[in-house]
Design a protein around this ligand. Structure first.
Ligand code: DC
Length: 226
């Protein structure tokens, strides 16, 4: 039987730098990339445009099963197209992240997105970014990394990113939002945000992005993945 393509799972809470690590690794290794959070975010936008309530599990699952979302990467620039409309900017908004966390609590929604996530597992390999990559979606991943950082540090980083885009946010509000989203993601009954038993945790609170990448590439080398 053909062996599945290898997977590196990058899990952790919001704003911890998973996206940067995932993109850097995918580029470095020439592997595919799955941004699973973007699927839940796209579903939240699709639900809003169809006037589906965030607690209507059955209707949300139906939309999830046929979600028309395309990830288009050209010249290092990613474009996300939902129902034929470019949602690249909207999908990254804080409010979309919060709504994504709300649709993601429903077991039927999560089930509806499993096959789509598995389909990203193609040779030569996949870097998968999310909350349950190592625990539920790819439990046989070659390497599972769980990134953490204090809510304060994550709010500071997000504040800096928004400022760089010329957008103002109140730091204390960002911190509250992050803590609220963490609580929801960690306490839901299905696929909660927890490190897999065999995950290696990196606390990035006091680390620069370069230092995080140095730790991650060290782990890859130790596993013979680089
Ligand atoms: O990683 P992100 O911020 O784009 O994710 C948005 C929300 O989607 C997150 O708060 C919870 C949900 N999510 C999830 O439940 N499982 C995943 N694998 C990825 C994201």
């Amino acid at each position: 039987m053909r062996r599945n393509a290898p997977v590196i799972a990058i899990d952790g809470p919001s704003g911890v730098g998973k996206g940067t690590v995932t993109q850097t690794l995918a580029r470095m290794l020439g592997w595919h990339r799955l941004d699973s959070g973007a699927l839940y975010r796209a579903l939240a936008i699709a639900a809003a445009s169809r006037n589906i309530a965030l607690d209507d599990e059955a209707a949300l699952a139906n939309v999830a099963a046929v979600l028309d979302v395309v990830f288009d990467e050209r010249a290092g620039q990613e474009r996300i197209v939902l129902d034929g409309v470019d949602v690249t900017v909207e999908i990254r908004q804080e409010s979309t992240g919060d709504q994504a966390s709300k649709v993601a609590v429903w077991p039927a929604v999560r089930r509806a997105l499993v096959d789509r996530q598995h389909a990203f597992r193609q040779p030569p390999g996949l870097i998968a970014d999310g909350r349950d990559m190592g625990t539920v979606i790819f439990p046989d991943a070659e390497l599972k990394i769980f990134l953490t950082a204090s809510p304060d540090a994550r709010a500071q980083r997000r504040h800096g990113q928004l400022a760089a885009q010329g957008r103002h946010a109140i730091l204390a509000d960002l911190c509250l939002e992050i803590e609220g989203r963490d609580r929801r993601d960690q306490t839901r009954a299905t696929a909660p945000l927890v490190p897999a038993e065999d995950a290696l945790t990196i606390d990035t609170t006091l680390l620069s992005p370069e230092a995080v990448m140095a730790e991650v590439t060290g782990l890859l080398k130790a596993r013979g993945l680089r």
